[in-house]
Ligand binder design. Structure first.
Ligand code: HEM
Length: 338
């Protein structure tokens, strides 16, 4: 190297000059051109993104989103499920039709009951009361009824808080207030649910024999649903009338009781495996069945309160003879025979 610099011949000096100039030119070109590489990179990425439409790898992930399975290192209930896409569908169902239609359904129920009250008012016992009473419910029946009724009301409040809380309670309680209430609600709901099911089973055992449909019930419906809108009209009825049998007992306790209890047990993990896809479906079924049941019970509570003398049966166990003759004449005759 030193020998190379010491060479002072004109040829060698010209060569050294050429090397220095070329190096300088390369350096200059690099300084100017290398930063432009960013533009080149982003240009190519845009092209890559455009190509992604037809990129087989993008199509692969698209298929995964639609539920195609693959291999996952994590072992468990959802082994080989690469993306559990149902969550999005569930969210759309729960926050869409379920959360939007059910308030309208409940509002319609309350509106109809309000209308019934305007048309019919409270349903008074006709004639003067003799003071004589007849036993309608024994202690066990009354304890079962109020046990089920109280739990139903608590489960309704906590369940509706969880379903509509985001829309209705966050504006009132704020985020942290709602968070505390939601945590308390889910705890209460999950613990009391199984106790409620026990009550439903006991109520079914207590009343199934008096809720078997008979020809009288058909006639009761034909005579204007028990003559509900006609003052003074009292179609024949046994211990329970056709409306109580169909809506409160069979549709309520048996059908909806089974659906709500089974889906509830699935949600807390007492029945079946807690697979997310199943839980999502079960959650929607649980919510819809509960809302229908709440609607029916609103009607039941209204009639229990608006029919003069009915509540006494469930509080004291006794009803007036006049009430019994007017609302459950066939049962009254049986009860009198002893
Ligand atoms: C505050 C709430 C409630 C009130 C005021 C109420 C009132 C009444 C009254 C007055 C009766 C007697 C009707 C008669 O003697 O013909 C009755 C019966 C009955 N109630 Fe309730 N109830 C309430 C909640 C519930 C709930 C939540 C359920 C079930 C989930 C329920 C299920 C029943 C059943 C099964 C009967 C016997 C009628 C039949 O088997 O068809 N009740 N209730």
């Amino acid at each position: 190297m030193c020998g190379f610099i010491k060479d002072k011949t004109p040829k060698a000096v010209a060569r050294r000059k050429r090397i220095v100039l070329t190096s300088f030119a390369i350096l200059l070109a690099s300084v100017v051109l290398l930063p432009l590489g960013g533009y080149l990179y982003s240009g190519l990425s845009a092209q890559a993104a455009a190509e992604e439409q037809t990129n087989p790898r993008a199509n692969y992930w698209r298929a995964v989103r639609q539920g195609n399975t693959g291999y996952t290192a994590v072992m468990g209930q959802e082994t080989n499920t690469l993306i559990q896409n149902g969550g999005q569908n569930w969210r759309q169902w729960r926050n869409g039709p379920v959360a939007n239609i059910s308030p309208w359904f409940l509002a319609l129920v309350l509106l109809s009951l309000g209308l019934l009250f305007l048309l019919r008012g409270t349903m008074k016992i006709e004639g003067t009361l003799s003071g004589r009473t007849v036993t309608r419910y024994n202690v066990a029946e009354r304890v079962i009824h109020w046990y089920v009724a109280i739990l139903f009301i608590i489960l309704t409040i906590t369940g509706l808080s969880l379903l509509f809380g985001r829309a209705v309670l966050i504006p009132i309680l704020g985020y942290s207030g709602f968070s505390d209430w939601a945590n308390f609600s889910i705890l209460l709901h999950n613990y009391l649910g199984p106790f409620f099911t026990v009550g439903v089973v006991l109520a079914v055992i207590a009343w199934i024999k008096d809720n078997i449909p008979t020809a009288t019930d058909w006639q009761w419906f034909k005579e204007g649903v028990g003559g509900i809108l006609a003052k003074g009209k009292h179609p024949h009825a046994e211990r329970f009338n056709a409306g109580e049998k169909v809506f409160v007992f069979w549709l309520g306790l048996i059908v909806l009781g089974a659906i709500v209890s089974i889906t509830g047990f699935m949600l807390i993990g007492w029945i079946g495996e807690q697979m997310r896809a199943t839980m999502q479906l079960v959650n929607v079924i649980h919510a819809v069945a509960s809302i229908v049941w709440i609607g029916i019970i609103c009607g039941h509570i209204y009639l229990g309160l608006a029919t003069e003398g009915a509540l006494q049966g469930m509080t004291r166990g006794q009803v007036s003879e006049e009430w019994a003759k007017q609302h459950h004449d066939l049962w009254y005759k049986q009860a009198k025979k002893g």
